[in-house]
Write a protein of this length. Structure first.
Lengths: 505, 118
């Protein structure tokens, strides 16, 4: 008699073992060192790759299922946004500047992270690590795509969105983010994990994404809120991977500690410089503001970051070297940055503007020790120049930092009236920096940073200083994408279309 | 090692003077005058006299500052690479020892319309 045998269903744990760990083959035709040639040169010692824990225990088949579900929801909302003229529901067309900066500087970073994780997923010998990195690689390319798709609807109606990829590669204010990712992608696999997996995803991601996504929600931008939600559950996995990676390195061998600490110091500071763009967006570019940059830093930097470093202290990790300088810069950076963006707005693919009286009162309430003392007098003067018909444009271009590639807009940590001047000579060439943090990074690996392609010097190298030719090359349409928001086509169109939607004119 | 790498690694600097079509870079800034968000980047032939630099691009660039008209160029204090230094206005950049990518700072004690006391 035939007995019916119930088909045995795999338990989660067993499935995870079979579909991930069990895929790790021992090579027999080639030595392991030949198959994984990049895993030792950074000096990180690993004794047992099986100690790598993946708390999510996600296998590829379930991964596809979850992601497909999220994609369906995302595109349904994006379609609805397009069909319902979602681009007219934002608070004000000034909000678009934040989106343009995000698309030009940050979304390409998602794509860079995709390439980086695809690479390190191949370079690490541990199976658990490989699988987690592969999933993150796919997440990152999905994020880049959903962001581009979400913002493409705005491109139908507004300026400054059309050439984001050229802006990413060629324009000057995006180079802080571009060089961050180029630096990480040209590092070894372990440093890459600290740079992106830990520093970016874990220490800084809240300061980047929370302000952007709540900024979008506050300003009526459903498209951006939707990609934020769609990425959120991935981010939780990425943060876990980043934290797991750092703990793994520290637990494997005590010799790893100084190397890891050096990377933390470096990547905290590099990330902090990228956040300069975010601080400006929060304090100046949202018509309806969520919180000040200072308030965001208190919650996500001081409280969350502080708790994290307290937790890591048992491994011997101390807070990053630049932490105190960062704290001193918090009440200044957004103002210093916005003053720069405004005076060089002939060269930006987004609009900036002089803050209104109401804006300035908000800023002085949020920055009681700095705004009225240092920055309001400059804005008042700039407003006078504009009223006199001679709006302030700084055609001097700017000295850039060799490491973070930002214009050197920052001041001495203890004197906000003095520009921070740092320079060094290496093999007979002079190099300039915006801060001690950036100079330390250069001094550790000068051969890497001497190769930096700096946008403003390049304008003179490659185009002989011809600004018009430069605008064509970066995809910036003079008089449309750039300049003051007041009088811009974006302002005119938004007001007219919104007027048609809300009145009988 | 000057870079962490798997083998001998030599970087090639991108902004050497020979890449600037016969010109050089000079950075100029005005202490305590932060209406200008960053030091100016100028690209000039090395034979430019210091006077031409001052009376040409520099004077034009500092115009928007309310102190610009009150600058007495004979009394400006100068620094080069953060050290006190005296330029000869009638000699060229190169004869003044101003190399490619040198940073020059000017100080005008008493002029500080837009600057808060430190």
């Amino acid at each position: 008699m035939d007995m019916k045998v119930a088909k045995k269903k795999l338990g989660l744990k067993e499935k995870y073992r079979l579909m991930t760990r069990d895929l790790g083959w021992e090579p027999t035709y080639r030595a392991k060192d030949e198959v994984f040639p990049y895993v030792n040169y950074e000096g990180i010692k690993v004794h047992d790759w099986d100690k790598w824990e993946d708390p999510f225990r996600l296998t590829m088949d379930s991964y596809w299922k979850y992601q497909a579900e999220k994609e369906r929801k995302f595109y349904a909302i994006i379609d609805a946004h397009a069909q319902n003229n979602g681009h007219l529901n934002i608070t004000d067309a000034r909000y678009l500047s934040a989106l343009k900066i995000f698309l030009q500087a940050i979304s390409p970073g998602e794509y860079a992270a995709h390439k980086g994780f695809a690479r390190v997923g191949r370079e690490f010998p541990g199976v658990g690590t490989q699988v987690a990195c592969q999933m993150q690689a796919i997440d990152e390319i999905r994020h880049a795509q959903t962001q581009i798709h979400a913002l493409s609807n705005y491109n139908k109606y507004y300026d400054g969105f059309h050439a984001f990829a050229d802006a990413r590669d060629r324009i000057w204010y995006t180079s802080v983010a571009r060089s961050f990712f180029d630096d990480a992608m040209s590092a070894g696999p372990f440093e890459f994990m600290i740079a992106i997996g830990f520093s970016f995803e874990y220490v800084l991601t809240n300061l980047l994404f929370v302000p952007f996504m709540s900024g979008a929600a506050y300003n009526g931008d459903m498209a951006t809120v939707t990609f934020g939600f769609s990425a959120q559950s991935d981010e939780a996995r990425h943060m876990t991977l980043g934290l797991e990676c750092i703990k793994f390195m520290l637990e494997q061998d005590p010799d790893n500690l100084p190397i890891v600490q050096g990377w933390l110091d470096k990547w905290f500071w590099r990330g902090f410089r990228v956040l300069g763009l975010v601080s400006t967006m929060m304090d100046y570019m949202l018509p309806k503001r969520v919180m000040s940059w200072r308030e965001a830093w208190e919650i996500y930097g001081v409280e969350n970051g502080g708790a994290l470093f307290k937790d890591l202290a048992r491994y011997g990790i101390r807070p990053p070297k630049g932490w105190d300088d960062a704290e001193k810069a918090i009440d200044h950076m957004s103002h210093q940055f916005m003053l720069g963006l405004y005076q060089w707005s002939f060269g930006t693919s987004f609009h900036s503007w002089i803050p209104s009286d109401e804006d300035m009162d908000w800023l002085s309430a949020k920055y009681p020790t700095t705004f009225d003392k240092y920055y309001r007098p400059r804005w008042d003067h700039i407003r006078k120049l504009a009223a006199a018909g001679t709006p302030f444009k700084n055609f001097g271009l700017a000295k850039l930092c060799q490491t973070c590639q930002l214009p050197v807009v920052f001041t001495e940590p203890d004197d906000a009236t003095m520009s921070c001047h740092r320079e060094t000579e290496y093999k007979g060439e002079k190099y300039h920096f915006c801060s001690d943090g950036c100079q330390h990074i250069f001094d550790n690996e000068p051969e890497k940073y001497v190769q930096a392609w700096l946008p403003m010097p390049s304008l003179f190298q490659e185009l002989n200083g011809d600004i018009g030719a430069w605008m064509n090359w970066v995809g910036l349409r003079d008089g449309e994408d750039n300049g003051d928001f007041v009088g811009s086509r974006d302002q005119r169109n938004f007001d007219q279309w919104r007027g048609m939607a809300t009145s009988n004119l | 090692m000057t870079v962490t790498a798997i083998k001998e690694y030599v970087g090639v600097p991108r902004d050497r003077v020979e890449n600037f079509n016969g010109k050089q870079l000079v950075y100029v800034s005005w202490d305590h005058h932060l209406l200008f968000a960053a030091p100016f980047l100028l690209c000039l032939p090395p034979q430019t006299s210091f006077r031409e630099l001052v009376e040409g691009p520099l004077s034009a660039l500092v115009q928007p500052d309310p102190d610009a008209a009150a600058i007495d160029w004979t009394k400006v204090e100068w620094l080069k690479s953060n050290q006190p230094w005296t330029p000869d206005f009638d000699r060229s950049l190169v004869d003044n020892g101003i190399g490619h990518k040198d940073q020059i700072r000017m100080r005008t004690p008493g002029l500080a319309s837009l600057s808060a006391a430190a």
